[in-house]
Each structure stands twice: as C-alpha cells, then as structure tokens.
Design a protein around this ligand. Structure first.
Ligand code: CA
Ligand code: CA
Ligand code: CA
Ligand code: CA
Length: 330
C-alpha cells in the first residue's frame, strides 16, 4: 500500500485490507488508498496498482448540546402548578453528508437544530478576561444584557462568587466594574454568577457565569524571616557552612526572586553567602582568640527591581577549642 499515514494495513499475500485504529467519520469521512500488487520474480518483478476508496459510514455518536450552559433557574415559591418558570435551548447535531451543513465555528458543523424551549436570554460582553492586580478601582470588566419578553426592565445582580465585594454590577446598565482593590496574592481568579431579574411579579431570573483571571504585579518587597540571626561556628575548622538566612517575597516568579549579599562586617572576607539561597559559609579557618564574634549585615534584593530590598543582621559567635597550651608567666 502506498499511503503510509492512513489507519489501514494490508495482509501481503491474501490482500485483505483491515483497520489499524478507531475511525471517526466527523474527522475523516473518506480515504483513497493506492494498493500495489507485485509478483516475486527474482529479476523482473511485475506490478500494477489500483485505487481503493473507503467511505466511512455514520453512526449516531453525537448527543444534544446545551448552549451557554450552565443554566441556573430561580423558582419563586408562590408559583402555581404547571406554570413555566424557566426555559432553555439545546441543539442536536449530526452529519449526514457534506452538503447543506451550517458552519457554526471552526471544525463544528450543524445540520439539524431543534429549538427545545425559550428563555430570557442573557448576553455577556466580556471586555477583560484577565486583569492585573494593579488595575484601578472602577475599571470596566464586562457588560451584561438581557431581554425579557415577559416584564421589562431587567435588572442585574451579583449572585455569587464576589469574594470580598471585589466587583460591582450596575443594576440597570449591567456594567461590571472593579469595586475594591485586586490582590493576586489573596485571590487569583473569580467565577462570578450574574443574575438578570425581570420586573414581573414574581420576578423570573436567568443567570450567566463570568470567569476572570487576576495576574501578578510586583507589589511586594522581600522580607527576612528574622531581623537578627544568631549563628555559631567552631574555630580552627576548614571552610564550611555556618547557617542560612531566608527572605520571602510574596510575588511570583521574577517579581518574587531575591538575591542575597553581605554588605557590612565581613572582616578579611571570612564569610561568603550564596546569592541564590542565602547559605552562609566561612572561606577560611577562624581564630577565636583573634576575633570571637562577627556581626554581618546582609541584604536581600529583588532580581526584577533592585530597589526592593530588606536587610538583616547575622551575629556569628566563634566557639572555642582548646588550642592554646598553658604557659608559665615567668
Ligand atoms: Ca498584591
Ligand atoms: Ca503581586
Ligand atoms: Ca516583589
Ligand atoms: Ca582557643
């Protein structure tokens, strides 16, 4: 067989053609294969080819799809039995052939649309799916609208998901805005449920969901976990780890990455700090009888903004070893 990328294979001697994968008619409906037959003559083999067309038959493997789901219905308690309180719309589609199809969006074709029922249809025009946490209060995020064939005007409310009253929807215009400062470190995404309520008695409602992502801004400084660190190291030891310090910056990625540096007190460069992880080590053997204590000032500075810094003190006490023989004073 000449076609290498098809979900078919051929048995060499019998010529039986079989499938090698599950077929999907909605992906590929027709295959054209070139099958070559050749004899086994050692010096002058003869061959001929034939085109085999494979049509994939349809089965009903698509089910009705609700548009704009989820639907949420508000049911007034005083409704009479049998009264219609909410309606919804679903479509069913399946493909019968390549003609008379309505193309709705990329790769999706409808040829059968059944209107199951009707409802107060809401339209959500999202202006900003993603907001930086430093967006000011008052920024417009979306405009919600709805048409009621029963009782205009329609008014809008934030039904759920409005953590710490971060957003506000204007009751009549349906304009959704930022009401209180955003904070990525506190909440990174919102799923708001907006209610459209008609003016009937009792009022009927429809609901729409809006998802908003919050992105990070560099609004936090590094902070050492302690203002002062107390460390100890034995004198006469080879260069080794002493202790580690930690500064935390609540921002993410580059906005929260800090670098450490000793800025004061490093007599004779006896100490070194790993800029990435704050590990403090000696560079040489210390002598307690010469210097018994060191006081270092360390700084944590942001990679993104070197003006975002914090400082801490490290007190290093050099521990004694019995390395001085007694001497007569006279
Ligand atoms: Ca913040
Ligand atoms: Ca931040
Ligand atoms: Ca930061
Ligand atoms: Ca000593």
């Amino acid at each position: 067989m000449e076609n290498p990328d098809v979900p078919f294979a051929i048995e060499e001697t019998s010529g039986e053609l079989f499938t090698t994968e599950v077929l999907d008619r909605e992906t590929v409906a027709i295959y054209r294969l070139t099958v070559i037959g050749s004899d086994k003559h050692p010096t002058q083999p003869l061959s001929s080819s034939v085109i085999v067309t494979v049509l994939i038959g349809d089965i009903n493997d698509h089910w009705p799809q609700f548009m704009n789901s989820p639907y949420v219905a508000y049911v007034p308690t005083e409704m009479a039995p049998g009264e219609r309180f909410y309606t919804c719309l679903a479509v069913i589609y399946y493909i019968l052939g390549n003609t008379d199809l309505i193309r709705l969006r990329e790769g999706l074709y409808f040829d059968h649309v059944f209107h199951v029922c009707y409802f107060m249809q809401m339209n959500v025009d999202v202006l900003r799916y993603s907001l930086s946490e430093d967006e000011p209060v008052g920024t417009s995020v979306a405009v919600v609208s709805a048409v009621s064939t029963r009782a205009e005007p329609v008014s809008f409310y934030l039904a759920s998901g409005n953590f710490e009253d971060t957003f506000h929807v204007e009751q009549l215009s349906g304009v959704l805005t930022v009401e209180n400062p955003l904070d990525y470190e506190n909440k990174k995404e919102f799923t708001l449920l907006i209610e459209a309520r008609d003016s009937g008695s009792p009022p009927f409602s429809s609901f729409a969901e809006i998802h908003i992502n919050i992105s990070d801004a560099n609004d936090n400084f590094p902070q050492f976990t302690q203002a002062e660190y107390q460390c100890e190291v034995f004198e006469n030891s080879p260069p080794s780890w002493v202790c580690d310090v930690l500064a935390i910056d609540a921002d993410s990625d580059i906005y929260g990455t800090v670098q450490y540096n000793i800025i004061e007190g490093n007599t004779d460069h006896f100490f070194t700090i790993d800029p990435d992880n704050g590990l403090l080590s000696t560079t040489a053997s210390l002598d307690r009888e010469n210097i018994p204590e060191f006081k270092l000032i360390v700084e944590a500075a942001e990679l993104d903004n070197p003006l975002h810094i914090d400082r801490a003190t490290i007190i290093i006490c050099v521990l004694d070893r019995n390395d001085n023989a007694p001497r007569f004073s006279q």
